[in-house]
Design a protein around this ligand. Structure first.
Ligand code: ATP
Ligand code: MG
Length: 581
Protein backbone atom coordinates (compact mmCIF):
# COMPACT_ATOMS: atom_id res chain seq x y z
CA UNK A 1 0.00 0.00 0.00
CA UNK A 2 1.14 3.51 -0.71
CA UNK A 3 2.34 5.48 2.29
CA UNK A 4 2.70 9.18 2.75
CA UNK A 5 6.48 9.74 2.99
CA UNK A 6 6.18 11.50 6.34
CA UNK A 7 4.52 8.48 7.91
CA UNK A 8 7.33 6.28 6.73
CA UNK A 9 9.89 8.61 8.25
CA UNK A 10 7.89 8.77 11.44
CA UNK A 11 7.78 5.02 11.88
CA UNK A 12 11.54 4.89 12.35
CA UNK A 13 11.67 8.05 14.38
CA UNK A 14 13.45 8.14 17.72
CA UNK A 15 13.48 11.91 18.16
CA UNK A 16 9.86 12.93 18.44
CA UNK A 17 8.07 9.83 19.58
CA UNK A 18 9.48 9.63 23.12
CA UNK A 19 8.47 13.23 23.62
CA UNK A 20 4.93 12.56 22.48
CA UNK A 21 4.62 9.95 25.19
CA UNK A 22 6.14 12.14 27.85
CA UNK A 23 3.80 15.08 27.32
CA UNK A 24 0.68 13.19 26.33
CA UNK A 25 -1.62 15.15 28.61
CA UNK A 26 -0.85 18.62 27.37
CA UNK A 27 -1.03 17.29 23.83
CA UNK A 28 -4.57 16.01 24.39
CA UNK A 29 -5.48 19.24 26.11
CA UNK A 30 -4.29 21.27 23.14
CA UNK A 31 -6.28 19.10 20.77
CA UNK A 32 -9.37 19.33 22.92
CA UNK A 33 -9.12 23.11 23.12
CA UNK A 34 -8.62 23.30 19.37
CA UNK A 35 -11.75 21.27 18.87
CA UNK A 36 -13.66 23.46 21.32
CA UNK A 37 -12.66 26.58 19.41
CA UNK A 38 -14.28 25.30 16.26
CA UNK A 39 -17.16 23.79 18.16
CA UNK A 40 -17.95 27.19 19.70
CA UNK A 41 -17.61 28.90 16.32
CA UNK A 42 -19.98 26.40 14.72
CA UNK A 43 -22.39 26.47 17.63
CA UNK A 44 -22.38 30.27 17.60
CA UNK A 45 -23.46 30.31 13.98
CA UNK A 46 -25.96 27.53 14.58
CA UNK A 47 -27.65 29.31 17.47
CA UNK A 48 -27.52 32.66 15.70
CA UNK A 49 -29.08 31.15 12.59
CA UNK A 50 -31.80 29.65 14.71
CA UNK A 51 -32.29 32.89 16.59
CA UNK A 52 -32.63 34.98 13.43
CA UNK A 53 -35.26 32.68 11.96
CA UNK A 54 -37.03 32.28 15.25
CA UNK A 55 -37.17 36.00 15.94
CA UNK A 56 -38.70 36.56 12.52
CA UNK A 57 -41.69 34.40 13.42
CA UNK A 58 -43.93 34.87 16.38
CA UNK A 59 -42.40 32.94 19.24
CA UNK A 60 -44.87 31.17 21.48
CA UNK A 61 -42.60 31.51 24.43
CA UNK A 62 -40.05 34.22 25.27
CA UNK A 63 -37.66 31.53 26.53
CA UNK A 64 -37.33 30.29 22.94
CA UNK A 65 -35.64 33.62 22.22
CA UNK A 66 -34.01 34.19 25.52
CA UNK A 67 -32.10 30.92 25.82
CA UNK A 68 -30.55 31.23 22.33
CA UNK A 69 -29.47 34.80 23.21
CA UNK A 70 -27.63 33.56 26.28
CA UNK A 71 -26.12 30.72 24.28
CA UNK A 72 -25.01 33.14 21.56
CA UNK A 73 -23.18 35.12 24.17
CA UNK A 74 -21.64 32.04 25.71
CA UNK A 75 -20.40 30.66 22.41
CA UNK A 76 -19.33 34.11 21.24
CA UNK A 77 -17.14 34.55 24.27
CA UNK A 78 -16.13 30.87 24.35
CA UNK A 79 -14.64 30.88 20.89
CA UNK A 80 -11.87 33.49 21.41
CA UNK A 81 -11.23 32.25 24.94
CA UNK A 82 -10.75 28.67 23.81
CA UNK A 83 -8.67 29.82 20.89
CA UNK A 84 -6.44 31.84 23.18
CA UNK A 85 -5.92 29.02 25.65
CA UNK A 86 -5.42 26.61 22.79
CA UNK A 87 -2.68 28.81 21.35
CA UNK A 88 -1.02 29.02 24.73
CA UNK A 89 -1.14 25.27 25.27
CA UNK A 90 -0.08 24.20 21.82
CA UNK A 91 2.74 26.73 21.54
CA UNK A 92 3.93 25.90 24.99
CA UNK A 93 3.89 22.26 24.07
CA UNK A 94 5.72 22.78 20.80
CA UNK A 95 8.31 25.11 22.28
CA UNK A 96 9.01 22.60 24.98
CA UNK A 97 9.40 19.93 22.34
CA UNK A 98 11.77 22.00 20.26
CA UNK A 99 13.88 23.08 23.17
CA UNK A 100 14.30 19.43 24.14
CA UNK A 101 15.20 18.63 20.54
CA UNK A 102 17.73 21.46 20.38
CA UNK A 103 19.32 20.29 23.58
CA UNK A 104 19.50 16.78 22.22
CA UNK A 105 21.00 18.04 18.98
CA UNK A 106 23.66 20.07 20.73
CA UNK A 107 24.59 17.19 23.00
CA UNK A 108 24.99 14.97 19.99
CA UNK A 109 27.13 17.58 18.22
CA UNK A 110 29.12 18.38 21.31
CA UNK A 111 30.00 14.76 21.90
CA UNK A 112 32.46 14.60 19.15
CA UNK A 113 33.22 17.03 16.41
CA UNK A 114 35.51 14.63 14.59
CA UNK A 115 32.97 11.84 14.35
CA UNK A 116 30.53 14.43 13.29
CA UNK A 117 32.74 15.95 10.63
CA UNK A 118 33.45 12.53 9.25
CA UNK A 119 29.80 11.74 8.74
CA UNK A 120 28.22 14.97 7.65
CA UNK A 121 28.71 17.69 5.15
CA UNK A 122 28.89 21.23 6.47
CA UNK A 123 25.67 22.07 4.62
CA UNK A 124 23.85 19.32 6.45
CA UNK A 125 25.07 20.57 9.79
CA UNK A 126 23.92 24.09 9.08
CA UNK A 127 20.64 22.76 7.82
CA UNK A 128 20.18 20.75 10.99
CA UNK A 129 20.96 23.63 13.24
CA UNK A 130 19.08 26.31 11.46
CA UNK A 131 16.09 24.71 9.89
CA UNK A 132 15.19 21.20 10.78
CA UNK A 133 14.08 21.96 14.30
CA UNK A 134 12.04 24.92 13.11
CA UNK A 135 10.45 22.60 10.60
CA UNK A 136 9.48 20.22 13.35
CA UNK A 137 7.97 23.15 15.21
CA UNK A 138 5.84 24.03 12.20
CA UNK A 139 5.00 20.41 11.59
CA UNK A 140 3.01 20.45 14.79
CA UNK A 141 1.56 23.93 14.68
CA UNK A 142 0.69 23.95 11.01
CA UNK A 143 0.06 20.33 10.16
CA UNK A 144 -0.44 17.87 12.97
CA UNK A 145 -2.72 19.92 15.24
CA UNK A 146 -4.97 21.35 12.50
CA UNK A 147 -5.26 17.96 10.83
CA UNK A 148 -6.20 16.03 13.93
CA UNK A 149 -8.65 18.73 14.99
CA UNK A 150 -10.24 18.66 11.56
CA UNK A 151 -10.59 14.88 11.78
CA UNK A 152 -12.29 15.15 15.16
CA UNK A 153 -14.64 17.81 13.81
CA UNK A 154 -15.38 15.62 10.85
CA UNK A 155 -16.39 12.74 13.07
CA UNK A 156 -18.39 15.07 15.28
CA UNK A 157 -20.34 16.61 12.41
CA UNK A 158 -21.17 13.27 10.85
CA UNK A 159 -22.24 11.71 14.13
CA UNK A 160 -24.21 14.85 15.04
CA UNK A 161 -26.11 14.75 11.74
CA UNK A 162 -26.72 11.07 12.26
CA UNK A 163 -29.14 12.01 15.06
CA UNK A 164 -31.31 13.86 12.57
CA UNK A 165 -31.03 11.68 9.54
CA UNK A 166 -28.91 8.63 8.90
CA UNK A 167 -28.85 8.91 5.16
CA UNK A 168 -27.99 12.60 5.16
CA UNK A 169 -25.19 11.92 7.65
CA UNK A 170 -23.83 9.42 5.13
CA UNK A 171 -24.09 11.95 2.32
CA UNK A 172 -22.21 14.53 4.39
CA UNK A 173 -19.66 11.93 5.45
CA UNK A 174 -18.97 11.32 1.80
CA UNK A 175 -18.93 15.00 0.79
CA UNK A 176 -16.64 15.99 3.63
CA UNK A 177 -14.47 12.94 3.08
CA UNK A 178 -13.41 14.48 -0.18
CA UNK A 179 -12.38 17.69 1.60
CA UNK A 180 -10.75 16.05 4.57
CA UNK A 181 -8.92 13.21 2.84
CA UNK A 182 -9.04 13.32 -0.94
CA UNK A 183 -7.92 16.91 -1.49
CA UNK A 184 -5.00 16.68 0.96
CA UNK A 185 -3.82 13.33 -0.39
CA UNK A 186 -4.03 14.59 -3.94
CA UNK A 187 -1.95 17.62 -2.95
CA UNK A 188 0.75 15.57 -1.27
CA UNK A 189 1.09 13.21 -4.16
CA UNK A 190 0.99 15.69 -6.99
CA UNK A 191 2.77 18.64 -5.52
CA UNK A 192 5.07 16.42 -3.49
CA UNK A 193 6.90 15.36 -6.62
CA UNK A 194 7.10 18.98 -7.75
CA UNK A 195 8.41 20.09 -4.38
CA UNK A 196 11.07 17.41 -4.51
CA UNK A 197 12.14 18.66 -7.92
CA UNK A 198 12.10 22.24 -6.70
CA UNK A 199 14.31 21.32 -3.79
CA UNK A 200 16.83 19.56 -6.00
CA UNK A 201 16.96 22.47 -8.41
CA UNK A 202 17.42 24.91 -5.57
CA UNK A 203 20.24 22.90 -4.02
CA UNK A 204 21.97 22.50 -7.35
CA UNK A 205 21.68 26.22 -8.04
CA UNK A 206 23.01 27.02 -4.61
CA UNK A 207 26.03 24.72 -4.89
CA UNK A 208 26.71 25.90 -8.40
CA UNK A 209 26.47 29.55 -7.46
CA UNK A 210 28.75 29.21 -4.43
CA UNK A 211 31.29 27.35 -6.51
CA UNK A 212 31.26 29.95 -9.24
CA UNK A 213 31.34 32.92 -6.93
CA UNK A 214 34.49 31.43 -5.39
CA UNK A 215 35.97 31.16 -8.85
CA UNK A 216 34.53 34.38 -10.22
CA UNK A 217 37.93 35.88 -11.04
CA UNK A 218 38.72 32.93 -13.29
CA UNK A 219 35.49 33.43 -15.22
CA UNK A 220 36.38 37.07 -15.67
CA UNK A 221 40.03 36.51 -16.61
CA UNK A 222 38.98 34.02 -19.23
CA UNK A 223 36.42 36.62 -20.43
CA UNK A 224 33.61 34.11 -20.10
CA UNK A 225 31.65 35.97 -17.44
CA UNK A 226 28.58 36.43 -19.64
CA UNK A 227 28.61 32.74 -20.59
CA UNK A 228 28.30 31.84 -16.99
CA UNK A 229 25.53 34.34 -16.38
CA UNK A 230 23.62 32.94 -19.37
CA UNK A 231 23.90 29.38 -18.14
CA UNK A 232 22.90 30.43 -14.66
CA UNK A 233 19.84 32.30 -15.87
CA UNK A 234 18.74 29.25 -17.84
CA UNK A 235 19.02 27.03 -14.79
CA UNK A 236 17.20 29.57 -12.71
CA UNK A 237 14.37 29.65 -15.23
CA UNK A 238 13.78 25.94 -14.63
CA UNK A 239 13.32 26.68 -10.96
CA UNK A 240 10.87 29.49 -11.69
CA UNK A 241 8.91 27.23 -14.01
CA UNK A 242 8.44 24.59 -11.40
CA UNK A 243 7.53 27.18 -8.79
CA UNK A 244 4.92 28.56 -11.15
CA UNK A 245 3.49 25.11 -11.61
CA UNK A 246 3.30 24.72 -7.86
CA UNK A 247 1.48 28.00 -7.48
CA UNK A 248 -0.86 27.28 -10.35
CA UNK A 249 -1.79 23.95 -8.84
CA UNK A 250 -2.52 25.59 -5.51
CA UNK A 251 -4.66 28.28 -7.09
CA UNK A 252 -6.79 25.82 -9.01
CA UNK A 253 -7.05 23.51 -6.04
CA UNK A 254 -8.19 26.30 -3.74
CA UNK A 255 -10.74 27.42 -6.29
CA UNK A 256 -12.12 23.89 -6.59
CA UNK A 257 -12.20 23.63 -2.84
CA UNK A 258 -14.31 26.77 -2.57
CA UNK A 259 -16.70 25.51 -5.25
CA UNK A 260 -16.94 22.31 -3.34
CA UNK A 261 -17.84 24.10 -0.13
CA UNK A 262 -20.53 25.86 -2.14
CA UNK A 263 -21.83 22.47 -3.18
CA UNK A 264 -21.93 21.31 0.42
CA UNK A 265 -23.78 24.50 1.46
CA UNK A 266 -26.36 23.97 -1.27
CA UNK A 267 -26.91 20.35 -0.33
CA UNK A 268 -27.37 21.44 3.27
CA UNK A 269 -30.00 23.98 2.20
CA UNK A 270 -31.76 21.35 0.13
CA UNK A 271 -31.74 18.79 2.89
CA UNK A 272 -32.81 21.14 5.68
CA UNK A 273 -35.60 22.69 3.63
CA UNK A 274 -36.88 19.28 2.68
CA UNK A 275 -36.43 17.88 6.18
CA UNK A 276 -37.84 20.67 8.32
CA UNK A 277 -40.46 22.27 6.10
CA UNK A 278 -43.83 21.59 7.57
CA UNK A 279 -42.34 20.90 10.95
CA UNK A 280 -44.42 21.86 13.85
CA UNK A 281 -43.60 25.32 15.24
CA UNK A 282 -41.96 27.43 12.55
CA UNK A 283 -40.79 25.47 9.61
CA UNK A 284 -37.66 27.15 8.30
CA UNK A 285 -36.15 27.79 11.71
CA UNK A 286 -33.46 25.17 11.29
CA UNK A 287 -32.38 25.93 7.77
CA UNK A 288 -30.25 28.96 8.59
CA UNK A 289 -28.93 27.21 11.69
CA UNK A 290 -27.52 24.25 9.79
CA UNK A 291 -26.27 26.14 6.79
CA UNK A 292 -24.58 28.93 8.74
CA UNK A 293 -22.77 26.53 11.05
CA UNK A 294 -21.00 25.11 8.00
CA UNK A 295 -19.01 28.29 7.43
CA UNK A 296 -16.75 28.28 10.50
CA UNK A 297 -16.01 24.64 9.74
CA UNK A 298 -14.68 25.68 6.36
CA UNK A 299 -11.87 27.43 8.22
CA UNK A 300 -10.94 24.16 9.85
CA UNK A 301 -11.08 22.11 6.67
CA UNK A 302 -9.65 24.54 4.12
CA UNK A 303 -6.14 24.42 5.59
CA UNK A 304 -5.84 20.65 5.22
CA UNK A 305 -4.44 20.40 1.69
CA UNK A 306 -1.66 22.88 2.45
CA UNK A 307 -0.96 21.23 5.77
CA UNK A 308 -0.68 17.84 4.11
CA UNK A 309 1.54 19.17 1.36
CA UNK A 310 4.02 20.56 3.85
CA UNK A 311 4.68 17.10 5.22
CA UNK A 312 7.09 16.62 2.35
CA UNK A 313 9.39 19.22 3.85
CA UNK A 314 9.14 17.78 7.32
CA UNK A 315 10.02 14.32 6.14
CA UNK A 316 13.56 15.39 5.26
CA UNK A 317 14.08 17.14 8.55
CA UNK A 318 12.85 14.16 10.48
CA UNK A 319 15.05 11.77 8.55
CA UNK A 320 18.08 13.98 8.96
CA UNK A 321 17.62 14.32 12.69
CA UNK A 322 17.23 10.59 13.03
CA UNK A 323 20.20 9.85 10.81
CA UNK A 324 22.23 12.11 13.03
CA UNK A 325 21.41 10.19 16.16
CA UNK A 326 22.32 6.89 14.52
CA UNK A 327 25.68 8.01 13.25
CA UNK A 328 26.68 9.84 16.39
CA UNK A 329 26.23 6.88 18.70
CA UNK A 330 29.95 6.07 18.78
CA UNK A 331 31.74 7.43 21.80
CA UNK A 332 35.49 8.07 21.93
CA UNK A 333 38.04 5.82 23.61
CA UNK A 334 41.04 7.19 25.49
CA UNK A 335 44.69 6.34 25.11
CA UNK A 336 46.27 4.10 27.75
CA UNK A 337 48.53 6.15 29.98
CA UNK A 338 52.30 5.87 29.68
CA UNK A 339 52.11 3.64 26.61
CA UNK A 340 54.67 4.17 23.85
CA UNK A 341 52.96 6.25 21.18
CA UNK A 342 53.88 4.04 18.27
CA UNK A 343 51.77 4.34 15.16
CA UNK A 344 50.91 1.09 13.44
CA UNK A 345 49.37 1.09 10.01
CA UNK A 346 48.23 -2.46 9.44
CA UNK A 347 47.24 -3.69 6.01
CA UNK A 348 45.33 -0.51 5.35
CA UNK A 349 43.25 -0.20 2.22
CA UNK A 350 41.19 2.86 1.63
CA UNK A 351 38.85 4.18 -1.03
CA UNK A 352 36.69 7.27 -0.85
CA UNK A 353 32.94 6.70 -0.68
CA UNK A 354 31.40 6.17 -4.12
CA UNK A 355 34.83 5.72 -5.69
CA UNK A 356 36.00 2.37 -6.97
CA UNK A 357 39.72 3.11 -6.97
CA UNK A 358 41.69 2.15 -3.88
CA UNK A 359 43.76 5.18 -2.87
CA UNK A 360 45.75 3.03 -0.45
CA UNK A 361 46.16 -0.68 -0.98
CA UNK A 362 47.19 -2.96 1.90
CA UNK A 363 49.69 -0.49 3.25
CA UNK A 364 51.87 -1.67 6.15
CA UNK A 365 53.91 0.79 8.14
CA UNK A 366 55.16 1.21 11.70
CA UNK A 367 56.26 4.59 12.99
CA UNK A 368 57.86 4.22 16.44
CA UNK A 369 57.57 7.13 18.86
CA UNK A 370 60.21 9.75 18.19
CA UNK A 371 60.96 8.76 14.62
CA UNK A 372 61.47 11.44 12.01
CA UNK A 373 59.95 10.20 8.80
CA UNK A 374 59.36 11.73 5.41
CA UNK A 375 56.61 10.56 3.09
CA UNK A 376 57.23 11.16 -0.59
CA UNK A 377 54.99 10.39 -3.51
CA UNK A 378 53.47 11.81 -6.63
CA UNK A 379 50.62 14.24 -6.49
CA UNK A 380 47.45 12.23 -5.93
CA UNK A 381 49.29 9.20 -4.59
CA UNK A 382 47.37 9.34 -1.32
CA UNK A 383 49.72 11.12 1.08
CA UNK A 384 47.14 13.52 2.46
CA UNK A 385 44.68 10.64 2.63
CA UNK A 386 47.19 8.72 4.74
CA UNK A 387 47.57 11.75 7.00
CA UNK A 388 43.80 11.88 7.52
CA UNK A 389 43.76 8.17 8.30
CA UNK A 390 46.52 8.64 10.85
CA UNK A 391 44.59 11.45 12.47
CA UNK A 392 41.48 9.34 12.53
CA UNK A 393 39.51 11.76 10.36
CA UNK A 394 38.96 8.91 7.94
CA UNK A 395 38.32 5.25 8.67
CA UNK A 396 40.22 2.60 6.68
CA UNK A 397 38.09 0.52 4.35
CA UNK A 398 40.20 -2.48 5.40
CA UNK A 399 42.89 -2.90 8.04
CA UNK A 400 43.54 -0.50 10.89
CA UNK A 401 45.58 2.49 11.97
CA UNK A 402 46.53 2.22 15.63
CA UNK A 403 48.14 4.57 18.06
CA UNK A 404 49.47 2.78 21.15
CA UNK A 405 47.21 -0.11 20.19
CA UNK A 406 44.01 1.97 19.88
CA UNK A 407 42.48 2.56 16.45
CA UNK A 408 42.90 6.29 15.82
CA UNK A 409 39.39 6.67 14.48
CA UNK A 410 38.05 5.74 17.91
CA UNK A 411 39.91 8.49 19.69
CA UNK A 412 37.63 11.26 18.48
CA UNK A 413 38.52 14.81 19.43
CA UNK A 414 41.10 13.75 21.99
CA UNK A 415 43.46 12.85 19.16
CA UNK A 416 44.39 16.52 18.90
CA UNK A 417 46.14 16.23 22.28
CA UNK A 418 48.47 13.68 20.73
CA UNK A 419 48.80 14.52 17.06
CA UNK A 420 49.39 18.10 15.93
CA UNK A 421 49.00 19.04 12.28
CA UNK A 422 50.46 21.79 10.16
CA UNK A 423 48.76 22.10 6.81
CA UNK A 424 49.89 23.60 3.58
CA UNK A 425 48.01 26.81 4.31
CA UNK A 426 47.55 27.30 8.04
CA UNK A 427 44.61 29.45 8.89
CA UNK A 428 44.87 32.53 11.04
CA UNK A 429 41.72 33.84 12.64
CA UNK A 430 40.61 37.42 12.71
CA UNK A 431 41.57 38.07 16.28
CA UNK A 432 44.75 39.04 18.13
CA UNK A 433 48.07 37.29 17.57
CA UNK A 434 47.89 36.20 21.17
CA UNK A 435 44.57 34.41 20.62
CA UNK A 436 45.78 32.90 17.38
CA UNK A 437 48.76 31.29 19.06
CA UNK A 438 46.79 30.36 22.17
CA UNK A 439 44.52 28.28 20.00
CA UNK A 440 47.05 25.56 20.77
CA UNK A 441 46.58 25.89 24.49
CA UNK A 442 44.09 28.31 25.94
CA UNK A 443 45.64 28.19 29.37
CA UNK A 444 49.08 29.34 28.21
CA UNK A 445 50.47 32.50 29.84
CA UNK A 446 51.75 35.45 27.80
CA UNK A 447 55.28 34.51 28.80
CA UNK A 448 54.79 31.04 27.33
CA UNK A 449 53.39 32.57 24.13
CA UNK A 450 56.47 34.82 23.85
CA UNK A 451 58.65 31.79 24.44
CA UNK A 452 57.17 29.79 21.56
CA UNK A 453 57.20 32.85 19.31
CA UNK A 454 60.91 33.12 20.06
CA UNK A 455 61.44 29.48 19.23
CA UNK A 456 59.74 29.80 15.86
CA UNK A 457 61.63 33.02 15.09
CA UNK A 458 58.68 35.41 15.20
CA UNK A 459 59.55 37.21 18.43
CA UNK A 460 61.31 40.18 16.82
CA UNK A 461 58.56 40.63 14.26
CA UNK A 462 55.81 40.68 16.87
CA UNK A 463 57.82 42.92 19.20
CA UNK A 464 58.11 45.48 16.47
CA UNK A 465 54.36 45.67 15.95
CA UNK A 466 52.95 48.70 17.78
CA UNK A 467 50.41 46.61 19.64
CA UNK A 468 52.59 43.53 20.07
CA UNK A 469 50.63 40.40 20.95
CA UNK A 470 47.41 42.38 20.85
CA UNK A 471 47.81 43.15 17.14
CA UNK A 472 44.75 42.09 15.22
CA UNK A 473 45.29 39.58 12.48
CA UNK A 474 43.14 40.66 9.58
CA UNK A 475 40.83 38.27 7.86
CA UNK A 476 42.49 35.01 6.78
CA UNK A 477 45.83 36.30 8.11
CA UNK A 478 46.64 38.13 4.92
CA UNK A 479 49.03 40.55 6.54
CA UNK A 480 51.40 37.67 7.25
CA UNK A 481 53.51 36.06 4.58
CA UNK A 482 53.24 32.35 3.89
CA UNK A 483 56.40 31.61 5.87
CA UNK A 484 55.22 33.66 8.85
CA UNK A 485 51.90 31.89 8.88
CA UNK A 486 53.64 28.54 9.01
CA UNK A 487 55.74 29.73 11.89
CA UNK A 488 52.60 30.84 13.67
CA UNK A 489 51.10 27.39 13.10
CA UNK A 490 54.27 25.82 14.48
CA UNK A 491 54.02 28.09 17.54
CA UNK A 492 50.52 26.72 18.15
CA UNK A 493 51.79 23.16 17.96
CA UNK A 494 54.69 23.89 20.29
CA UNK A 495 52.35 25.46 22.77
CA UNK A 496 50.11 22.43 22.56
CA UNK A 497 53.17 20.21 22.92
CA UNK A 498 51.75 17.17 21.14
CA UNK A 499 54.13 14.19 21.01
CA UNK A 500 53.40 13.57 17.33
CA UNK A 501 53.46 16.24 14.61
CA UNK A 502 52.14 15.75 11.11
CA UNK A 503 53.38 18.18 8.50
CA UNK A 504 51.43 18.07 5.23
CA UNK A 505 53.61 19.87 2.69
CA UNK A 506 54.15 22.73 5.04
CA UNK A 507 56.60 24.53 2.78
CA UNK A 508 54.85 24.43 -0.58
CA UNK A 509 54.89 27.77 -2.31
CA UNK A 510 57.80 29.26 -0.42
CA UNK A 511 61.07 30.36 -1.96
CA UNK A 512 63.99 27.95 -1.36
CA UNK A 513 65.71 30.16 1.21
CA UNK A 514 62.61 30.72 3.32
CA UNK A 515 61.82 27.04 2.89
CA UNK A 516 65.21 25.94 4.17
CA UNK A 517 65.02 28.32 7.13
CA UNK A 518 61.53 27.10 7.99
CA UNK A 519 62.52 23.45 7.75
CA UNK A 520 65.49 24.10 10.01
CA UNK A 521 63.19 25.74 12.55
CA UNK A 522 60.70 22.88 12.32
CA UNK A 523 63.22 20.15 12.91
CA UNK A 524 65.21 21.88 15.59
CA UNK A 525 62.05 22.64 17.55
CA UNK A 526 60.44 19.25 17.01
CA UNK A 527 63.55 17.22 17.82
CA UNK A 528 61.95 15.33 20.73
CA UNK A 529 58.76 14.45 18.87
CA UNK A 530 57.58 11.99 16.27
CA UNK A 531 57.61 13.92 12.99
CA UNK A 532 55.72 12.74 9.93
CA UNK A 533 56.60 15.03 7.10
CA UNK A 534 54.72 14.83 3.81
CA UNK A 535 56.67 16.57 1.10
CA UNK A 536 57.41 16.94 -2.59
CA UNK A 537 60.76 18.62 -2.09
CA UNK A 538 63.80 16.76 -0.96
CA UNK A 539 65.30 19.85 0.57
CA UNK A 540 66.22 19.11 4.18
CA UNK A 541 65.47 15.43 3.73
CA UNK A 542 68.86 14.36 5.09
CA UNK A 543 67.71 15.38 8.56
CA UNK A 544 65.18 12.56 8.49
CA UNK A 545 65.74 9.07 9.85
CA UNK A 546 63.56 7.39 7.29
CA UNK A 547 62.11 8.19 3.92
CA UNK A 548 59.25 6.28 2.33
CA UNK A 549 57.70 6.48 -1.12
CA UNK A 550 54.05 5.81 -1.72
CA UNK A 551 53.01 4.74 -5.16
CA UNK A 552 49.81 3.10 -6.37
CA UNK A 553 48.69 2.93 -2.79
CA UNK A 554 51.64 0.82 -1.72
CA UNK A 555 54.95 1.39 -0.02
CA UNK A 556 57.38 1.61 -2.90
CA UNK A 557 60.67 2.42 -1.15
CA UNK A 558 61.67 2.72 2.46
CA UNK A 559 64.96 3.40 4.14
CA UNK A 560 67.24 6.04 5.59
CA UNK A 561 68.21 8.87 3.21
CA UNK A 562 71.76 7.46 2.94
CA UNK A 563 70.56 3.92 2.22
CA UNK A 564 68.20 5.13 -0.45
CA UNK A 565 70.91 7.29 -1.96
CA UNK A 566 73.13 4.26 -2.23
CA UNK A 567 70.58 1.71 -3.40
CA UNK A 568 67.91 3.56 -5.38
CA UNK A 569 68.65 5.22 -8.65
CA UNK A 570 65.21 6.77 -8.58
CA UNK A 571 65.92 8.49 -5.31
CA UNK A 572 69.25 9.75 -6.61
CA UNK A 573 67.52 11.10 -9.68
CA UNK A 574 64.85 12.89 -7.66
CA UNK A 575 67.49 14.32 -5.41
CA UNK A 576 69.52 15.66 -8.27
CA UNK A 577 66.42 17.20 -9.86
CA UNK A 578 65.54 18.80 -6.57
CA UNK A 579 68.98 20.16 -5.98
CA UNK A 580 69.38 21.30 -9.51
CA UNK A 581 66.37 23.55 -9.52
P1 ATP B 1 49.19 15.95 -3.33
O1 ATP B 1 50.62 15.63 -3.30
O2 ATP B 1 48.79 16.58 -4.62
O3 ATP B 1 48.72 16.68 -2.13
P2 ATP B 1 48.22 13.49 -2.18
O4 ATP B 1 49.22 12.40 -2.31
O5 ATP B 1 48.11 14.18 -0.89
O6 ATP B 1 48.43 14.53 -3.37
P3 ATP B 1 45.49 12.76 -1.79
O7 ATP B 1 44.99 14.12 -1.54
O8 ATP B 1 45.64 11.85 -0.65
O9 ATP B 1 46.86 12.82 -2.61
O10 ATP B 1 44.53 12.08 -2.84
C1 ATP B 1 44.71 10.73 -3.26
C2 ATP B 1 43.63 10.37 -4.29
O11 ATP B 1 42.35 10.40 -3.67
C3 ATP B 1 43.55 11.34 -5.45
O12 ATP B 1 43.36 10.57 -6.62
C4 ATP B 1 42.35 12.18 -5.17
O13 ATP B 1 41.72 12.53 -6.37
C5 ATP B 1 41.48 11.26 -4.35
N1 ATP B 1 40.71 12.01 -3.35
C6 ATP B 1 41.20 12.84 -2.40
N2 ATP B 1 40.22 13.33 -1.62
C7 ATP B 1 39.07 12.80 -2.09
C8 ATP B 1 37.70 12.90 -1.72
N3 ATP B 1 37.31 13.65 -0.68
N4 ATP B 1 36.80 12.21 -2.43
C9 ATP B 1 37.17 11.43 -3.45
N5 ATP B 1 38.43 11.28 -3.86
C10 ATP B 1 39.39 11.95 -3.19
MG1 MG C 1 48.18 16.27 -0.31
Amino acid sequence: MFKIPLFKAFEKDTWIKPFLKQYKRSLYLALFLGFMTFFCAGALMFVSGYLISRAASIPENILLIYIPIVLTRAFGIGRPVFRYIERLTSHNWVLRLTSTLRLKLYTVLEKDAIFFKRNFKIGDILGLLAEDINHIENLYLRTVFPTIIAWILYAFVVIGLGFYSLWFALVMALLLFVVVFVFPLYSVLLNGARQEKEKQLKNALYTDLTDNVMGVSDWIFSQRGTDYVTSYVANEQQLYDIQNELRKFNRIRNFLLQLYFGLIAISLILWTSQRFVGDHGGAANWIAAFVLSLFPLIDAFAVLPDAAQETNIYKDSLERLNGLAEKAEVSPTTLPEAAALDLRIKQVSFSYPNETKNVLDQLDLVIPQGEKMAILGRSGSGKSTLASLIRGDLTPTKGSVELAGIPTNQLGDSISDTIGVIQQTPYLFRTTILNNVRLGNEAASEAEVWDVLDRVGLKTLVEQLPEGLQTMVDEAGLRFSGGERHRMALARILLKDTPIVLLDEPTVGLDPITEQALIDTFFSQLSDKTVIWITHHLQGIDQMQRVIFIENGKLELSGSPQELFETSSRYRKLKSIDEGR
